[in-house]
Design a binder for this molecule. Structure first.
Ligand SMILES: Nc1ncnc2c1ncn2[C@@H]1O[C@H](COP(=O)(O)OP(=O)(O)OP(=O)(O)O)[C@@H](O)[C@H]1O
Ligand SMILES: [Mg+2]
Length: 219
């Protein structure tokens, strides 16, 4: 039984890959089977995975051969900046949940506003076959930017699942193929807290028996 998550926001640098790899590390740390599919030609998530020490909880690159037989756990799809139109519609048909990271800046908010409107018009979203949720990225609590992001997200039709803080731990961990789940708990306790709401949200997704065949086209 497997669940599929798409991480998407056409705005470059909104935090898609950071969200994808850290979510993968948290799920792997709790013992779940996790596969990562990197649709971005820059291949940041794939490279992160290649640099991941073998001693850490395993995360697997998605392989088409795995599309046969029984499947368990999670498939996390990191998408590229600029995802829109037909490709967006196709990806939404494959994933049951889409997570939209949004950074707290005027430019990110205005670019994401357009995307959320387009997302709301997608058939998979309208028919609730795919559920969408937003995550605030790189948020420094009690700043004007944090308030602006929260106010704007509250006006949107998708739920605001959580805010992830701005921290060098995310940046430093990424150099070593790690996520915050792979850093000492003492140092990252407070950073991990807001992830619980995201884990709760994705855990509600009903699993399916098999990944869609169509996925193999994207490799
Ligand atoms: N919570 C955070 N704290 C600190 N830095 C962060 C955080 N989230 C993301 N970043 C940094 O912000 C930058 C953009 O993040 P990331 O590469 O994950 O975005 P992206 O949406 O995948 O970008 P692209 O559209 O180019 O694929 C990176 O330098 C990343 O390290
Ligand atoms: Mg990226």
């Amino acid at each position: 039984m497997i669940r599929t998550l798409l991480i998407a926001n056409p705005k470059g640098g909104s935090g898609k890959t950071t969200l994808a790899v850290n979510l993968a590390s948290l799920l792997a740390a709790r013992g779940d089977n996790v596969r990562l599919l990197d649709l971005d030609r820059q291949q940041s998530a794939r490279r992160w995975l290649a640099s991941r020490p073998a001693s850490l909880p395993a995360i697997w690159p998605y392989q088409p051969a795995q599309n046969q037989g029984s499947q368990t756990g999670w498939l996390i799809i990191d998408s590229a900046a600029g995802l829109h139109g037909k490709m967006l519609s196709r990806m939404l048909k494959l994933a049951r949940q889409v997570i939209v990271p949004v950074a707290p800046s005027a430019f990110d908010i205005s670019a994401s506003d357009e995307f959320l409107r387009a997302l709301g018009e997608e058939k998979a979203i309208r028919k609730e076959k795919t559920l969408a949720g937003a995550v605030g990225m790189r948020v420094t609590p009690r700043t004007r930017a944090a308030r602006q992001l929260e106010d704007w997200l509250q006006q949107q039709s998708l739920p605001l699942i959580t805010h992830l803080q701005d921290s060098q731990h995310y940046i430093n961990a990424a150099f070593e193929g790690r996520g915050i789940a792979d850093l000492p708990a003492r140092a990252t306790d407070r950073l991990r807290e807001p992830w619980l709401a995201l884990l709760n949200w994705i855990d509600q997704q009903p699993p399916v028996d098999k990944l869609p065949e169509e996925l193999t086209e994207y490799l």
